[in-house]
Design a protein around this ligand. Sequence first.
Ligand code: ATP
Ligand code: MG
Length: 392
Amino acid sequence: MYNSFMIKYGEIGIKGDNRHLFEDALAKRIRTLLKRIDGEFEVTKIRGRIYVNCGGDWNYDETIDVLRHVFGVVGICPVVIYEKDGVEKMKADMIQYVREEHPNCTQTFKVKARRVDKEFPLTSMEVAAELGEAILENFPDMKVDVHDPEILFDVEIRDEVYIYSKVIPGPGGMPIGTAGRAMLLLSGGIDSPVAGWMVAKRGVTIDATYFHAPPYTSERAKQKVVDLAKIVAKYTGPIRLHIVNFTDIQLYIYDQCPHEELTIIMRRYMMRIAEHFAKEEGDLGLITGESIGQVASQTMQSLRCTDAVCELPVYRPLIGFDKNDITAIAREIGTYDTSILPYEDCCTIFVAKHPVTKPIIEIIERNERKLNEKIDELVKEAIDTAEVVIAK
Ligand code: ATP
Ligand code: MG
């Protein structure tokens, strides 16, 4: 029955002079993503609205699935387009529309009309009144409520007549590519994919780095991270995932440094290496899934210690979130089921029984000097042997 979608976008509609840039970016994202599925789609921007007209061999569910992954989309309204031929035909079309879309309808409603075609003989108010009356005559159980209707029928009179009344929620946010790029430290846990998703939602293009420690961590643990990157990439577009072999660095730290400082020193090396790739990619910041107090390495003191090795700003969008909040988002965006698969993480393998919770930066720096002999060489080796996978 449908042949078009009207895309609602909230925030990007109010960007003043930049408004058209954001609208163009959104239309472009939609076009790019729709190329991946069957059908012929025409994405048009008309007077502050974006329409997706569907033709060819297109499938409703598949199209909705694509549109629901586009940041910047607040709502997706399935539209039926009717030929324009006077008000009587419009009434008949409206009745058919109500019958198909809201069968056995007993709800309250309101008709809102917009006359874009100023040649049309009736004003918007007159059209709304005519169509409202037609609905009342044909559906005696429906009532008008102009203040808080259960169904709002939108009618737009253009070269054709557009009718819609349903809104499927989109993710909101800003279109990808409107806010620079950043490097996500992506592990196989619940938090980091959510953190990346949240920053990407503000329009940021995402790169990623993952540290593994073969043979202590398995190929399946690595595949899990690639799979998580792919899920996030459904929203963000292709992610360049750098996979770094961290084993020798971890073993060396384990040999040379106090065991209660292992995690914090390891985290500092992760940040240094991720920042190296970030600079190569032209990223403007690093992103982690940390939240205050979640584990020893996420106390305020520890976070300060990890920050100290970075020049780029470190974005931690989950900083004030409880685990429950994070888990709820993970479920919503579809990463949760993959995140909880039980594969080992390199952080948990060399973990100390009593890690420091209040590291003092000077002490950590002093103990890191015990790595002087070989660490530069090992870091270089890790960088040189890193593998890049494009997750999409
Ligand atoms: P997550 O659920 O994201 O793994 P976590 O609660 O397990 O987080 P940590 O293991 O302390 O927390 O890691 C904190 C952050 O450091 C992660 O959110 C992630 O951004 C980064 N990180 C941890 N381990 C790795 C790894 N192996 N590769 C890349 N980044 C990592
Ligand atoms: Mg983890």
